[in-house]
Design a protein around this ligand. Structure first.
Ligand SMILES: Nc1ncnc2c1ncn2[C@@H]1O[C@H](COP(=O)(O)OP(=O)(O)OP(=O)(O)O)[C@@H](O)[C@H]1O
Ligand SMILES: [Mg+2]
Length: 325
């Protein structure tokens, strides 16, 4: 399958990364170039786009590939726990600290520390992280003595970090330290060429009797806007593989969200072009209702669910549409 070939010859481990679209190929090329440097990298992108995949790729292709790759989700831990997890603690640093413990920074020595959801890092820890990045020195919680660590920090966020800085929630000096190099992972809706190769990749991984998608299923996969990006696609494929009867995943095997799309991300089909004549609200509502109904295969109850209105409200609206037609 084309998506599984090592698309970027200089990038080892890339066989597991599907990158057919020009945007993803370009991103991997940039990743390969950044791998040669030791500077911090910030990976930006919506949820589920593959930020951790890119971070691993960066590590695998760097001189640190023989060292550890340690991933920490900053948002998953309360502040105090996060501090000791990252920086370790000395003996007696707090009640219950019966012995000293290494933190993840130390564990990642000569490797890469991947700080996911960096935007959620509490202010006190932001200051501490900045010190490690500036001096390459670390102090365990409750200890005075500092020691050197050699860690490349790769951070990720699905948030607009610049905005968090403007709002005073993220330190500006740390922001500039972390984003010396940046990698932007595009949302899946902006790289539709990757959808089917990714879906086939995930389907083969399921190891069920289903090995392909029917034409109708493929159409649905391509038409969907993927708000949850690659992770959502992965789950959709799991769902399809579990329900498939023969060797094909067919349209009815896909989750309802795909079979009856929630329009919204893309411009409504049938709605006037921004530069065209302006439509009335009633016209737009009529077009939208008819489109959703069509997407739902004519099912009024399903269409009402997607539109977020009661079934009898939809029925009334449809009656007036028909009367005015
Ligand atoms: N290009 C790709 N090729 C193959 N698998 C991918 C690709 N991109 C993402 N995946 C898979 O999709 C899932 C989500 O990827 P990942 O965890 O890297 O996303 P993320 O951007 O870090 O998500 P979050 O914002 O939720 O932390 C993972 O199971 C990953 O293996
Ligand atoms: Mg992640």
């Amino acid at each position: 399958m084309c998506g599984l070939k090592p698309v970027i010859p200089r990038l080892s481990g890339a066989t597991q990364v599907v990158a057919v679209s020009a945007a993803m190929r370009e991103l991997l090329l940039r990743t390969a170039r950044f791998a040669a440097s030791d500077a911090p990298v910030a990976v930006m992108g919506e949820t589920g786009t593959g930020k951790e995949v890119v971070a691993r790729m960066l590590h695998l292709n760097s001189a640190r590939s023989g060292g550890p790759f340690i991933a920490v989700n900053v948002a998953a831990l309360p502040a105090e726990l996060l501090e000791t997890e990252l920086f370790g603690h000395g003996k007696g640093a707090f009640t219950g600290a019966i012995s000293a413990r290494r933190g993840l920074f130390e564990t990642a020595h000569e490797g890469t520390l991947f700080l996911d959801e960096i935007g959620e890092m509490p202010p006190a820890l932001q200051a501490k992280l900045l010190r490690v990045l500036q001096d390459g020195e670390l102090r365990r919680v409750g200890e005075d003595q500092a020691f050197a660590v050699d860690v490349r920090v790769v951070s990720a966020t699905h948030r607009d970090l610049a905005r968090r800085v403007a709002e005073g929630l993220f330190r500006e000096d740390l922001y500039y330290r972390l984003k010396v190099l940046t990698l932007d992972v595009p949302p899946l809706r902006e790289r539709v060429e990757d959808v089917l190769p990714l879906a086939e990749h995930f389907l083969l991984r399921e190891k069920t009797h289903a090995t392909q998608f029917s034409a109708r299923a493929r159409e649905r996969l391509l038409a969907y806007a993927w708000p949850g990006n690659v992770r959502e696609l992965e789950n959709v494929v799991k769902h399809g593989a579990a329900l498939a009867v023969g060797d094909q995943v067919d349209e009815p095997d896909l989750p309802d969200d795909l079979r009856c799309r929630r329009p919204g991300v893309t411009r409504l089909r049938g709605a006037p072009e921004a530069s065209g004549p302006l439509a009335t609200l009633a016209e737009i509502e009529r077009e939208h209702i008819l489109r959703v109904l069509d997407q739902c295969g004519g099912s009024q109850s399903e269409a009402a669910r997607v539109l977020g209105i009661a079934r009898n409200t939809l029925w009334r609206k449809l009656r007036s549409i028909r009367l005015s037609a």
